[in-house]
Design a protein around this ligand. Structure first.
Ligand SMILES: NCc1[nH]cc(CCC(=O)O)c1CC(=O)O
Length: 305
């Protein structure tokens, strides 16, 4: 049988995630043959440009989606955080795996957490979402751009470019670098990105063979939560470059979704929350609430010209 080809970014975290999917597939069927096909994306290449200024959505997935559509790979493994709210015609997010830690992590040499940071300290993050929420509480801090894969960002911290940096806990944990985490942000303080901590599998919508192989890897609860967060993002017209945050949780048969849209300077943080059972309706409801409060204006001002 032809090997199943997994398209992935070439970063260590992306390779870990693709390998994780490969192993899960092989656990179910040891006779499968599964190859990884690593690729470099625009988001990996354009490191000099702040994320939110790079034009176009899906900078970390576009090349992989093209390879999928062209039949060069059979499935793509993504960080859900990097996947735009809409899939290209012919592709489908078939599976979302169980979520890792959703929180943002505080990483620093000298300081234990945000409270310990002196006035005017330099914090590295290229995420407008992290920047805005941190500045909301600590307008004195200097947030500076920080791009590159996890190891690159840690190296920039280690050489003294920043007093602290913020990274997703999930990435550090997966890479076995949990000991670098000095503390975790409470989700109330740094509400995560849509899909943060979750891995998704994208396939060609008409590829029933691959679909049946990957479907057993789906995690029901995570799927519901991430679909609610993504429905919110879709309604807002947002993507991971914008100061948009969301977290859905599943409790006793009910979904609870909290969403935020912030101005990049952190002065305005709009918040909305609702509960329900249908993830799409819930996501749309929370988005409508945020739009009522003026989220559209914040998002519009941030769209590249
Ligand atoms: N945009 C890069 C990216 N995409 C996914 C993760 C972390 C892992 C995850 O959220 O699943 C990261 C790094 C980071 O935010 O620190």
């Amino acid at each position: 049988m032809d090997p199943l080809r997994i398209g992935t970014r070439a970063s260590p975290l992306a390779l870990w995630q693709a390998e994780h999917v490969r192993e899960a597939l092989l656990t179910r069927d040891p006779f499968l043959s599964v190859d990884l096909v690593p690729m470099t994306t625009t988001g990996d290449r354009e490191l000099a440009v702040p994320l939110h200024q790079l034009g176009g959505k899906g900078l970390f997935v576009k090349e992989i989606e093209s390879a999928l559509l062209a039949g060069e790979v059979d499935l793509a493994v993504h960080s859900m955080k990097d996947v735009p709210a809409l899939q290209p015609e012919g592709l489908e997010l078939a599976v979302i795996l169980e979520r890792e830690d959703v929180r943002d992590a505080f990483v620093a040499a000298q300081y234990e957490n945000e409270i310990a940071l002196p006035k005017g300290a330099r914090v590295g993050s290229s995420s407008l979402r992290r920047r805005a929420q941190l500045l909301h509480r600590r307008p004195d801090l200097q947030i500076e751009d920080l791009r590159g894969n996890v190891a690159t960002r840690l190296a920039k911290l280690d050489c003294g470019d920043y007093d602290a940096i913020i990274l997703a806990a999930a990435g550090l944990k997966r890479l076995g670098m949990e000991e670098r985490i000095r503390s975790f942000f409470a989700v109330e303080d740094s509400l995560p990105a849509v899909g943060q901590g979750a891995i998704g599998i994208e396939i060609r919508a008409d590829d029933e063979k691959t679909r049946s192989l990957v479907l057993p890897l789906a995690h029901q609860e995570t799927s519901l939560c991430v679909r609610a967060e993504r429905a919110m993002n879709r309604t807002l017209g947002g993507d991971c470059r914008l100061p948009v945050a969301a977290l859905a949780r599943w409790k006793e048969g009910m979904l609870k979704l909290e969403g935020r849209v912030a101005s990049p300077d952190g002065q305005t943080v709009l918040r909305a929350e609702a509960a329900g059972s249908d993830p799409i309706a819930l996501g749309e409801q929370v988005a409508e609430d945020l739009l009522q409060q003026g989220a559209g204006k914040i998002i519009k001002e941030l769209q590249p010209a």
